[in-house]
Design a protein around this ligand. Sequence first.
Ligand code: WTA
Length: 656
Amino acid sequence: MAEKNIESVLHEDRLFPPAPEFSQAAHVKGAEHYEALYDEAKADPAAFWAKLAGTELDWFKEWDQVLDWQPPNAKWFVGGQMNITYNCLDRHLKTWRKNKAAIIWEGEPGDSCTLTYAQLHREVCQVANMLKGLGVGKGDRVAIYMPMVPEAAIAMLACARIGAPHSVVFGGFSAEALRDRLNDAQCKAVITADGGFRKDKVVPLKPQVDAAIADNAAPSVESVLVVERTKQGVTMESGRDHWWHELKKEASADCPPEPMDSEDMLFVLYTSGSTGKPKGVVHTTAGYNLYTHMTLKWAFDIQDTDVYWCTADVGWITGHSYIVYGPLSNGATTVMYEGAPRPSNPGCFWDVVEKYGVTIFYTAPTAIRAFIKMGDEHPNSRDLSSLRILGTVGEPINPEAWIWYHRVIGAEKCPIVDTWWQTETGGFMLTPLPGAIATKPGSATKPFPGIIADIVDAEGNPVGDNEGGYLVIKHPWPSMIRNVYGDSDRFRKTYWEGIPPKGDQHFYFAGDGARRDQDGYFWVMGRVDDVVNVSGHRLGTMEIESALVSHPAVAEAAVVSKPDEVKGEEIVAFVILEGSEPAGDELSATLKKHVGKEIGAIARPGEIRFTDALPKTRSGKIMRRLLRNLASGQDISGDTSTLEDRTVLDRLRASS
Ligand code: WTA
């Protein structure tokens, strides 16, 4: 399709309805079916979720109360007991799925393996016993800092098996970032690997763990369990560090699942916010299990014949909910891939689709845009005919990328499931159900049944069709964030006071701006706070500013983003220097590297601009909006009435 045609398609606001055969075979079979579910859930959310909890999950003990809602604290399935690994593993062993592929892993360079449900169950039980042997018990936090190998999923499940909440830290985070997370959650053990393969390089992991806990800097950590992956040679501290494969030799495969209360913590996962350090988002057991199970089942229409592949890393919520827990709870086959698209291997994703006959493929807009750049010849030369559903997540998808995905990858036959959600929501909130909701390029369409979403102004009043506002959720849902680890105050302030409650009505404030069109479709526009989204990764501008200021050459820094064709957004840092180091390319490179060391490569600014002043309001707040406009080359002369010192503008324009 030529560029021009794409434009005209967008202006038509074209609808892409599901094919009748598709709807017929789907779990949710059409608009009426969706509306019936939606209305049923809206009328009595507790009854709706209770029915599904009874039919879709196995329980050790039934709950006494479905929902205990004392804003902002929700408890679901109070009094119930279960273990998510029983639902993800044991119950499938009693069926023909026992020997079905649970995880298909495609590693680098050229490794691969398949674990059936029976094999995965065995491995999880062994590792669970290994953790017990290291003194880890129910309630102890365990950090997981791993490459994309099956052991990462096994480690998560092993923790859940014994009731030890996991805290997965993305393998691309630095030793400093890891240390902060270890200390915040007071982790007792770390599960890691010697290293991982990332974009044609060996990335060290164990050495980063060593650096994070050296000199007693993370005193809660008693033991480190190390998977041998890259064999590049690492130091092992006797008594503290243990090889996974060594302990496994002795580990029993008999480990009954720990009975967990519905509201026992399943995991903590750190995410960036607009203020301060990253927040530990707390998720609990039963509600999370139910919601990830149902959303995957209905939004990706999981069937037993599917080979489902989500390209995320287990270090993010997408990996938690939709590589590990959601798919396994459904008894699906989930693909894990260690590689990443890169110029040296531009067809790698399509090779995986072809090799395993992937039927459902879920990725991020930034990857789609990178593929558009790499050329259609790569997907076109692979057999992608197995695909039946495509998904996207992480940032708004621009309609041009949507159309390309639909046409080149989906051969115009695969519904595109654009899922809007967050670390805090645990699962999809706005999403098409592919057999039921006609899609519009760039819209995450409608709320999942049970989700009461709205768009409101700063006072919580609903806004009209097509008027922009704040995206809020008006009723608790089962996989809702329960707390910010160790900081209930921050939990309440961040999520429940962004829009103040109106009487009994409390608003979960997502931090995103959105509009709803005349057909009830939601269009998410992006963050309204100081959170940026680079390649689908969520980063706080203040975190990056603190990292910059921790360098001796920097006096002050302000971080904003500018639009980027592939990454969505790119980080631009305005920096005021102190001391005698000259501004220039060399210092710019040093500072970028420094941010990489403090946080991780994903947070490195794309551009550093040295300046001698920052625009501030009279109350001393940095005017980021103005900097954003400047960074993206827009005119900054208007609307500066609140600026404290107007000469700053000219000085900023001169910044390089
Ligand atoms: C953004 C990732 C538009 C949004 C699951 C949200 C999206 C943040 C979409 C959460 C989408 C995610 N359309 N924007 N389909 N999906 N976002 O916590 O700004 O890493 O608030 O969770 O990503 O990022 P997080």
